[in-house]
Design a protein around this ligand. Sequence first.
Ligand SMILES: Cc1cc2nc3c(=O)[nH]c(=O)nc-3n(C[C@H](O)[C@H](O)[C@H](O)COP(=O)(O)OP(=O)(O)OC[C@H]3O[C@@H](n4cnc5c(N)ncnc54)[C@H](O)[C@@H]3O)c2cc1C
Length: 528
Amino acid sequence: MAYHETDGFDRGQGTNGAAAGAPPRHVGIAIVGSGFAGLGTGILLKREGIHDFAIFERAGDVGGTWRDNSYPGCACDVESHLYSFSFAPNPTWSRSYSPQAEIFAYLRRCADDYGLRPHLRFHHELTGAAWDDERRLWVLETSAGRYTADVLVGGMGAFSEPAIPAVPGLGSFEGKVFHSARWDHGHDLRGREVAVIGTGASAIQFVPEIQREVKKLALFQRTPAWVVPRYEHAIGPAVQSAYRLAPSLQKLSRAIIYLRRELFVVAFRHPTLMRLVERLALRYLKTCISDPELRAKLTPSFRMGCKRILISNEYLPALAKENVEVVTDPIREVRARSIVTDDGREHPVDTIICGTGFRVTEMPFADRIRGRGGRTLAEMWRGSPAAHWGTTVSGFPNLFLLLGPSTGLGHTSVVFMIESQLELVLGAIRHMRRHGFATVEPRPEEQARFVAEVDGQMGGTVWTAGGCASWYIDPTGRNSTLWPGFTFSFRRRCRFRAAEYLLERRADQDRAQARDAVQASAVATPGG
Ligand SMILES: Cc1cc2nc3c(=O)[nH]c(=O)nc-3n(C[C@H](O)[C@H](O)[C@H](O)COP(=O)(O)OP(=O)(O)OC[C@H]3O[C@@H](n4cnc5c(N)ncnc54)[C@H](O)[C@@H]3O)c2cc1C
């Protein structure tokens, strides 16, 4: 069945449409975002025989993270055999850790191969979504007009809003400033004096690439990260052919990578085990950096795993080069052509690159989604996001968040988590459609039980006992970002179980049932 949007709807116009001056367009399922989450949802819905959905994307192409992050050296840090859809293996990955361009191409290919193009609505930014309790649907405001939808699936991404550091004077800098997720490819870095702010997962990928080009690189580091070597290799044509001819071989590679990565969970939960890996990392640091003063600057003071472990073969050697300076004094201010640190030193620069990550725990979409009673997710969460299985939220019927609270990972592929959540989402939609329910929403006590369980499991883990301040921790001090256990236990338990949800029938069904009841009573009491 081809996708179609119905013009308006015959359930009454209400405020919807009237204000916009045009009838709203209705879709059964509105998906927001076209990264791994949004595309995965579309693919699995189609597989299920469900075609009345649209994917709203604010940009002009699919790909999410892998469309936006095109900085030099950008690549995944989980092996591609695992960092891809289980149902869409790609035998032609050229390297164990694929570069950005290949992952972007893979996602575009998925959109084509699975027939998602007719469902995609580019340049449609969701600016607001409000639950209409009377009509039991979502009213969506987008940059390209108003829509309504029975179900809303949020795949807006945890890493889609770049965080710009709040440094005094940054706005008045006269040189070039950009964030790594919005790389300015038109700005030639050759021969320039460049400042990089931040030493996270993106910075360690692009610093070695630009170090070779720039005249001087000042790397402003707040906290040194644990860096371990990356055991990577090219995947040659012979192996690619073998994967094509015998897909089970690739499945086996995926399974081995998966199991090896799950071992990290044991160490996350028993942080002292991390000491073993720390020793290896310190030895690696020594082989890369001979200067004891620089080595001291780059030695972390917290337990490995408390912040994301970074993997790179090029980062530490690049920091030892003549044209690089690692600056650990905090930035006091940015001037027209320089950065001044707390020690009073002025560092002349003509380009500032912010490798400062993303607004993860703030979840910017939380201000835009209003549930029952007009409350936004942000108002409800008050800085500490919570959702039943990281997916559904009490008070927000028919809303499914992908990679919502408590679903992030420090050790393996989040695509595994997305696919796990999609089992719950599809289970719920299947149940609603089969049994004629109009709304589904987690029972508050079930959500509270889940949140308490996750919070309980966080105790004693490397994230709470590891001695660092990380972006995993929200302003209230809770780790509302990560799943604290094995991902297979998440997969096994993240299922739709009707008893955990409040379900309401559709209004027409309510009316039909009421009519049936009246007729039944009329038959039972003839002439009464
Ligand atoms: C450089 C980098 C490397 C990474 N490497 C790994 C890795 O190796 N392994 C791993 O597991 N994870 C990695 N991640 C995390 C990565 O973000 C996820 O793996 C994955 O891409 C998330 O997919 P998503 O669909 O949830 O979000 P995204 O890929 O961020 O897609 C979200 C989409 O929603 C759109 N959108 C957002 N808001 C709106 C709106 N209001 N209206 C309409 N559209 C909207 C965005 O434009 C975007 O297209 C990496 C992240 C970065 C930044």
